[in-house]
Design a protein around this ligand. Sequence first.
Ligand SMILES: Nc1nc2c(c(=O)[nH]1)N[C@H]1C(S)=C(S)[C@@H](COP(=O)(O)O)O[C@H]1N2
Ligand SMILES: [Mo]
Length: 564
Amino acid sequence: MTSSRPDRGTPAPYGWAAGVGAVALGAGLGELVGAIVAPTSSPFAVVGAALIDSAPPWAKDAAIALFGTNDKIALIVGIGLVVLVLAALAGWLELRRPPWGRVVVAAFGAVGVVAAVTREDAGPLAWLPSAVAGLGGALALWWLARMLRRVPERAERDAPSGELASAGSSAPERSPRRVSRSGLAGARPKGARGNVSPEGASRAAGSLEPSRRGFLLWSGAAVVAGVVATAAGNAMRASSSALTAIKAVVLPKPAVTAAPVPASAELDIPGLARVVTPTDQFYRIDTALIVPSLTPEEWNLHIKGMVEEEVMLTWDDLLELPLEEHHTTLACVSNEVGGTLIGNALWLGFPVRELLARARPTADADMVLSRSIDGFTASTPLEALTDDRNALLAIGMNGQPLPPEHGFPARLVVPGLYGYVSATKWVKELEVTRFDRARAYWTDRGWSERGPIKLQSRIDVPRKAQGLKAGDTVIAGVAWQQHVGVSGVEVQIDEGSWQPATLATAISSDTWVQWSLPWTATVGDHLIRCRAISATGEVQTSDRAHPAPDGATGWHERFISVFE
Ligand SMILES: Nc1nc2c(c(=O)[nH]1)N[C@H]1C(S)=C(S)[C@@H](COP(=O)(O)O)O[C@H]1N2
Ligand SMILES: [Mo]
């Protein structure tokens, strides 16, 4: 069979092009089919998710440290580059050792299928997008490689010496002449395998006869088609049912409204984080490459496990309950000292305490494992969900329904705990259990099973490390230890004595608080440090600790150069 005859004559770059074209087309078709039949099972998404889920803790740490909340974009670009290289290699392999290139492409599809069907949120058609990608890519590669293989036949047919007899046969390879890497460019003797004269090529491009130029056009078309299909798939997902559903949501008026934010809580200093974080500036951290899409009608909450009575709550049930509004600052355990993975919002929801009261946890339970639609889990001490703090099953953020990336239709928000042990987005299940019986997503990856927030403070201004003008200015920042509260912040300049900063009014002990200190900046280089004092008198430690396994510690410091 012609298609399995190794093609040693065609320069390698043509093989790369065949691979890239075929894989782009296959992947694009997979993305498109995925968007239609199984939005969370697109090939990219499932492979990315498998990588995220199997990444060691230090890799997640490094990714967040390097790319911050752009870690997902970095991962997508990274996967894209790897796929590009593998695709090129598969194309080359298909030329030199058919059918192994096709086999490799199909095998990657199979990897996607396995990754898709083993996901917790896998639907019945989860296998299809990756299967389409793998088979589509393999088929396209077979076809493109065949086109390349037929080019020399034509050149040979044109050749006066007439080597026709062996050209199309699957006879053992005659030792082919090495051809130059310049591909189409150089005119070489006609009849040499793998060669086509420039005239031959241009003639062939005009017709349907196989030619290398024709091949390149087809490969290019495959890439374009793949990109268009991917874009179409993304566009379809972006107009998903959840997004339409969000627009239709009308949040009920809260039965318990939050006290208005005191004017004295917002110092209004340029460069200082606003005391209530605008939703579009709120940090986002999760393991979901594709934001789970769930409509309120599809959503419900199941409370089960060590309870006297299982509880099932629908969206309509939830809307009829007396909802409460509370300001709570959410922080990520991966936040470095001085980092920005923290934000404060007004949340609307129903107290988890009252939901659990309905279910009546048994006396020996000590943990609630909350589970999201995409399989993420968090282990929250039962006590933090049953004591008097405002742990909410939240549906609103800053007066609007939760945006998809922050957990629409519903999520948990628990004051005083890092997000990874409390703030489950797209939450659909609360399993009452024990710490010695169940483990959560990040606990299985080396992070602590409990994550109380640590006392921290951050300098926001002066912002730039360079270019501050000498004279009167202000040093300002935020400090937090949710559910404990902050009683003071101190600032140290150039290793001098610690000076008390002025605290703004705290919205509550569940939120961060702004602070400021006037400073007359003198010309030269300065080192500014801050530390917080908690409401219980704890002074923020200078001991430096990495985020893993339970949150960073140490003082935030900033070097400032002051100019004339
Ligand atoms: N379903 C789900 N919920 C999740 C996560 C996740 O990966 N998946 N990440 C948690 C972590 S680590 C944090 S810090 C918070 C962040 O919430 P935000 O993205 O709304 O700021 O969500 C938590 N809830
Ligand atoms: Mo986090």
